[in-house]
Design a protein around this ligand. Structure first.
Ligand code: 13P
Ligand code: SF4
Length: 353
């Protein structure tokens, strides 16, 4: 019953978005992350991973308005990288990445102060899934930003200077990449706020090459060994591909790991008839499945990112119709002091990769 009532409203909303988009023409650029739902993706001018979206925002100077469909840190990043005359709008400012919110500047500064007592060269690296003040912190201390698609390059770049890394907020990604670069667990120090430099079990802070913050993505952490083993026993020759925010156990059991665009590209270009299990957000996995009817594509787990899903067609419509009426609704702002510094860290990343 409810479904029938919903249908005309949904269609009406989609039609109104289409009409507003047409009116705004070249003034408007809609960017969407791969994890957005299909009713958002259909209106996007560009869909990509976090690095691709940041690059698009920094290069596309023609549009007066960038409407960013994703979680807030990506819209903030676009704001910091686009031209001053452009406006960035976020259909749902309360769509926030919980991983990004797991590190606050006060805590990071405290750890940094303690790390200075080691008298070693340590460079901070912040995952792009973070708030702007942490990116600014990295800029102030000679550090940089990374995304899932360039984290290995960035870690390598820092380690090759003979420096250690202070990485936040995603422990799993930090550990997975450190292992890829040949580091052992006793060279990786997990910061415990209770114990400080005396914590981390067998790892001595003097020996550590990487210091990690204890943050995680709730969507990826939930994917486990059990799902992989069950799929491997049911589908002969299945390839498992996961996002690096998964736990080291899952990362090690998988055949491939990488950013959302890497995952999409791997499956899209694989041989017809191949079988894949994908360990990342379910909306995105479903879209890859639809785009590859000649392959068998299975989600490792049917897990949605609830924050990404907060961006709905109705909220997109609200922002677009505001623009048609000359109103800036849900405008993204970042204080110029923070933005200026954070931009330095983002630009450093772009220069390294
Ligand atoms: P990508 O940069 O790989 O798109 O990842 C963003 C993200 O939030 C993954 O959970
Ligand atoms: Fe954040 Fe995880 Fe959602 Fe990505 S999937 S936006 S890391 S909560």
């Amino acid at each position: 019953m409810k479904k029938n009532n919903d249908l005309p409203e949904r269609e009406l909303t989609l039609q109104r978005i289409e009409a507003a988009k047409r009116k705004l023409g070249k003034d408007l650029l809609i960017l969407a992350h791969f994890y957005q739902g299909d009713d958002i993706i259909r209106f996007a001018d560009f869909v990509g991973d976090s690095l691709q979206l940041a690059e698009k925002a920094s290069l596309h100077k023609e549009a007066r308005y960038i409407v960013f469909c994703s979680v807030s840190f990506m819209a903030e990043t676009a704001r910091m990288l686009c031209a001053p005359g452009q406006e960035v709008l976020h259909p749902e400012p309360n769509a926030r990445c919980p991983l990004a919110d797991m590190a606050a500047i006060e805590g990071v500064e405290e750890v940094w102060k303690d790390l200075q007592t080691l008298n070693r060269k340590i460079i901070p690296v912040v995952y792009v899934n973070s708030n702007a003040d942490l990116k600014a912190f990295c800029a102030r201390h000679g550090g940089t930003v990374c995304t899932s698609s360039n984290v290995k390059k960035i870690f390598n770049h820092v380690l090759s200077q003979g420096a250690s890394i202070f990485f936040f907020p995603d422990e799993n990604m930090g550990r997975n990449v450190s292992h890829d670069l040949g580091l052992k667990d006793d060279e990786i120090f997990l910061w415990d706020p209770e114990k400080g430099l005396t914590g981390a079990g067998n790892t001595s802070p003097e020996k550590a090459k990487v210091f990690l913050w204890e943050g995680f993505c709730i969507v990826h952490r939930i994917m486990g060994r059990r799902e992989i083993e069950s799929l491997r026993s049911r589908y002969e020759g299945i390839k498992i591909i996961v996002h690096p925010e998964c736990t080291p156990e899952v990362y090690n059991l998988a055949d491939y790991a990488g950013s959302t665009s890497y995952i999409k590209n791997m499956v899209d270009t694989s041989a017809p008839g191949s079988t894949w299990a994908i360990g990342t957000e379910w909306n995105f996995v479903n879209r890859i499945k639809t785009g590859n009817p000649d392959k068998l594509v299975i989600p490792l787990k049917e897990e949605r990112c609830k924050e990404m899903a907060k961006v709905t067609p109705k909220k997109l419509l609200y922002v677009l119709e505001g623009l048609v009426e000359g109103e800036l609704r849900n405008k993204v702002t970042v204080g110029e002091g923070i933005a200026g510094e954070a931009r330095i860290a983002l630009k450093r990343m772009m220069e390294i990769v």
